[in-house]
Design a protein around this ligand. Structure first.
Ligand SMILES: Nc1ncnc2c1ncn2[C@@H]1O[C@H](COP(=O)(O)OP(=O)(O)OP(=O)(O)O)[C@@H](O)[C@H]1O
Ligand SMILES: [Mg+2]
Length: 252
């Protein structure tokens, strides 16, 4: 049985950075191989993890029928082949990038492709970290339906917390199932949850709520094209990620 973490939240709040730190720590805990899923067409999850993606599944979604006919295999088989081709394998973790369908196409079909890919691939890994695109898309398109740990990320702003509330409601409306709900309020001024946000955050019934401080080292990661592997061990954000994952992986 695999354990799937899905990170969702407003644009730019730190989802990809945190997802990258999750992958790094799971690797360091020896929970390998870890599967990283980039479900954001505009994402840089691969860059954050320091790998290159030659081929996204989104690009493979086009002309599936013609290609399957030409190769005399079913669309399902072709899809499995494409997923296998799109998987970037490194020593300790693998990464698959969803990309986006090119040109006009049927989104229902594209969505199904994503769902199949997530479901079938995830079964092969003990731990899976899914970095979602900003906002409600993947939830409202029902791409993410059942996860072990839903991590809602926000910044400390009102807009961020409002989005978090909407995401939470939407997850319920869409019947997203999760074992644990965790909220990470990122880039807080002093590592404390602002009083104005506390009520909202607590009303979700989340099992864990973290307030992560603004951190200079993390801020420079994207600016200097560095990866999560270069974050120092005593970084406060990484320390919190480690404490959290220790709890999850030891079943506390
Ligand atoms: N705690 C933090 N302190 C300072 N900077 C941070 C912190 N967390 C993330 N950042 C920075 O914020 C920027 C956005 O982070 P990131 O790309 O992880 O967000 P995202 O939610 O994945 O964005 P998007 O919605 O565009 O995918 C990056 O430059 C990152 O380095
Ligand atoms: Mg991102």
């Amino acid at each position: 049985m695999s354990c799937l973490f899905a990170l969702s939240g407003k644009g730019g709040v730190g989802k990809t950075t945190l997802a990258g730190l999750f992958v790094r720590n799971l690797v360091e805990l020896g929970k390998t191989p870890v599967l990283a899923i980039d479900a954001d067409p505009n994402s840089c999850f691969a860059d954050t993890l320091g790998v290159k993606v030659p081929f996204t599944i989104g690009a493979a979604r086009e002309n599936m029928r013609d290609e399957a006919e030409a190769q005399k295999i079913s669309k399902q088989e072709l899809l499995r082949l494409k997923i296998a081709q799109g998987l970037v394998e490194s020593e300790k973790f693998d990464l698959i990038s969803m990309g986006r369908p090119e040109g006009p196409g049927c989104y229902c079909y594209a969505n199904n492709v994503l769902k199949v890919a997530i479901r079938e691939l995830s079964e092969k890994y003990p731990f899976v970290v899914l970095d979602n695109e900003a906002g409600l898309e993947n939830l409202s398109r029902r791409i993410v339906q059942s996860v072990d740990v839903l991590v809602l990320v926000s910044d400390a702003s009102n807009a961020g917390i409002n989005t978090l509330e909407r995401l939470f409601s939407l997850a319920h409306e869409m019947g997203v199932k999760y074992r644990k709900l965790v909220i990470m309020v990122n880039r807080t001024r002093d590592g404390k949850l602002p009083e104005s946000t506390r009520k909202v955050v607590e009303s979700t019934g989340a099992q864990k709520i973290f307030a992560l401080p603004y951190d200079e080292e993390i801020a420079t990661i994207a600016e200097e094209s560095r990866t999560v592997w270069q974050v120092s061990d005593d970084n406060p954000i990484y320390k919190t990620v480690r404490e959290f994952l220790k709890e999850i992986t030891t079943g506390n």
